[in-house]
Design a protein around this ligand. Structure first.
Ligand SMILES: *[C@@H]1O[C@H](CO)[C@@H](O)[C@H](O)[C@H]1NC(C)=O
Length: 279
């Protein structure tokens, strides 16, 4: 009785995880690049490629107002200088909100840069950049964005790397009213991406390819006038960083953060943005 109960519980749990796993052939639209975006493995994997003519990209069919979004990505290997693999959430319109994770390629053997940013009501300028503590081209790693009304949290393989808190009460805009889609793309940005634009894309190495799998979009689905959150909300909707998350984040930021807008006083002669002095 109890063992069959456990088996049933395990099965239900499994079906829940499978249900929350997106299927690329059903849950996303290829938005550009034609045959450069290819879905394989029964919808479980997608690859994007970039050549001299075009990059490629996809977007989620649904829009979400808050959620937790996980994506396993294997980045362009070898000489990926000039390429950018982007994974972000964005709303539409001129005063848009956006939450970014962008992977800036590099010469073989040189580290990728993970560029993060948060836009609220059309205004960004909140960059933090990181190197990674592993080779992101050797295997798939999980990159996650958790967005709830209290904060936005960025994770790499489950390790918290950045928190952007809701400081609307102190006058700092926060993405809380506009539904967003999930976007991914692989494109050329040789003008600025690698070592400040000094290293250009080596087109003799094209096409460049990045792969995506095990995508899960757990969010409140926006229907155009309201949002419906479904049963999987509870995990992330009220999630805050606990001490162990913050300790891990401190370790990452101490050892791997290469840029933080809050430390760039020169860039903000009128004073650092308000949120930089709030905890
Ligand atoms: C590329 O490698 C250089 C040298 O190690 C490093 O300074 C830079 O942050 C890396 N990333 C990019 C995108 O240039």
């Amino acid at each position: 009785m109890s063992s069959s109960f456990h088996a049933l519980a395990a099965l239900l749990l499994l079906s829940f995880f499978i249900a929350s796993m997106a299927d690329f052939s059903k849950d996303v639209d290829i938005t550009w690049g034609d045959q450069r975006a290819v879905v394989t493995n029964n919808g479980q994997q997608l690859s994007l490629s970039l050549d001299k003519t075009s990059g490629s990209g996809f977007q989620s069919k649904q829009e979400f107002l808050f959620g937790r979004f996980d994506m396993k990505i294997k980045l362009v290997p070898g000489n990926s200088a000039g390429t950018v693999t982007a994974y972000y959430l964005s709303s539409q319109g001129p005063l848009h909100d956006e939450i970014d994770m962008e992977f800036l390629g590099n010469l073989s053997g040189q580290p990728y840069t993970l560029h993060t940013n948060v836009y609220a009501q059309g205004k960004g300028n909140r960059e933090q950049q990181f190197h990674l503590w592993f080779d992101p081209t050797a295997d798939f790693h999980t990159y996650s964005i958790l967005w709830n009304p209290q904060q936005i949290m960025f994770y790499v393989d489950g390790a918290l790397i950045r928190v952007f808190r809701n400081h609307e009460s102190s006058g700092v805009p926060y993405p809380s009213k506009q539904a967003m889609r999930i976007y991914s793309s692989l494109w050329d940005a040789e003008d600025w991406a690698t070592q400040g634009g000094r290293v250009k894309t080596d087109w003799t190495k094209a096409p460049f390819t990045a792969s995506f799998r095990d995508v899960s979009f757990n969010g409140c689905v926006w229907t155009g006038s309201s949002s419906s959150c479904g049963p999987s909300t509870s995990g992330w909707m009220n999630q805050a960083a606990v001490t162990s998350d913050l300790q891990k984040m401190q370790w990452v930021q101490k050892n791997y953060m290469i840029y933080n807008y809050c430390n760039d006083a020169q860039r903000f002669p009128q004073g650092l943005p308000t949120e930089c002095s709030l905890s």
